[in-house]
Design a protein. Structure first.
Length: 321
């Protein structure tokens, strides 16, 4: 019977489904499998269910070549896998798009509301026993209504986020590698602008970009200097899009007003100074962390692995022999 290895425990639904065709082994540790382990054991399985923190590069793929039929990545992104080399090695690679869309857009929206209305500060204020009476100027925040939100990256998640912002009476600008079709702009109530205009006119900028050589460190001190001093930055895309030391400087010097982050430049490490600032809201990469999304993702990777085992082309294939 073919064996499948799951590099980090996923919801039960997917594991039960996967066991219909594979003998399933699961990483028993609450930490990623090591590179050494992948190099030593990569050839022992027909299928791998991997996470974003698993680096599947050429060396690892060369070990897997001739043995592994599919790598089903438990994420919408797949920059952790060298997909071109995987194809050369005859290995199919899949991801889990679409299912994360609403869950991640909700987290981006929650971060925006939390940092603008100072929700986390308020919660801490009450828990620390500081709430003695109502005060006219206690923890004043900013309302969304009438504000301009700039959306950077207008894929599925960016468009879902835009619709939520429109419901809260925000003006919506966006910048994307390719402009949306006119009907999509109408549906999202969004206006296309260049990057410089987005920086200059947005009260909130929400990042929904993939990580590429072009997007890495897109936000540096120079970028922050072009933003409004009253602006907030939200990132549920990829951490390295922001140079975190520069973000820290921008927040400390008042170049921008606040930031809400779900992803980090050197995840899971967070630039230390960001932890100390009251105008940051920091989440542990839970953008897709809803019960519905994570269970569906587990089923998707299992079905992809079963399809390949049965000689079918899996849905959401991003690389293949």
């Amino acid at each position: 019977m073919d064996k499948a290895y799951v590099t980090f425990k996923i919801p039960r639904k997917g594991l039960d489904l996967l066991s219909e065709g594979y003998r399933v082994e699961i990483n028993p540790l609450e930490k990623p499998v090591s590179r050494k382990w992948l190099l030593e054991h990569g050839q022992n399985y027909s299928a791998f269910i991997t996470m974003l923190h698993d680096t599947i590069d050429q060396e690892v793929l060369d070990v897997m070549k001739g043995h592994v039929k599919i790598i089903a990545n438990y994420a919408v992104g797949y920059n952790n896998i060298d997909i071109e080399h995987a194809a050369r090695c005859g290995i199919t690679v899949t991801n889990t798009p679409d299912v994360l869309t609403n869950a991640t857009a909700e987290i981006a929206f929650a971060l925006m509301l939390s940092v603008m209305r100072r929700i986390v500060e308020g919660d801490r204020y009450v828990r620390e026993g500081l709430f003695e009476m109502w005060k006219p100027e206690l923890l004043l925040g900013e309302e969304t209504a009438g504000k301009t939100v700039g959306i950077l990256g207008m894929g599925r998640i960016g468009r879902s986020f835009a619709k939520k912002c429109f419901g809260f009476d925000m003006k919506i600008l966006y910048h994307n590698r390719n402009r949306l079709a006119p009907e999509d702009e109408v549906a999202t109530h969004a206006k296309y602008v260049d990057f410089e205009t987005l920086l200059a006119e947005s009260d909130v900028i929400s990042i929904h970009l993939p990580l590429t050589p072009q997007t890495k460190h897109l936000f540096t001190l120079e970028t922050f200097q072009k933003m409004k001093r009253s602006a907030f930055l939200i990132n549920t895309g990829r951490g390295p899009v922001i140079k975190e030391n520069d973000l820290l400087k921008a927040l400390k010097t008042g170049l921008i007003k606040g930031a809400g982050l779900d992803v980090y430049e050197a995840e899971p490490k967070v630039t230390e100074g960001l932890l100390e600032l009251s105008q940051t809201v920091l989440l542990p990469h839970i953008g897709s962390g809803s019960v519905k999304a994570r269970e569906t993702m587990s089923e998707m990777v299992a079905r992809a692995a079963l399809d390949v085992l049965r000689g079918k082309t899996p849905e959401h294939m991003v690389a293949g022999p």
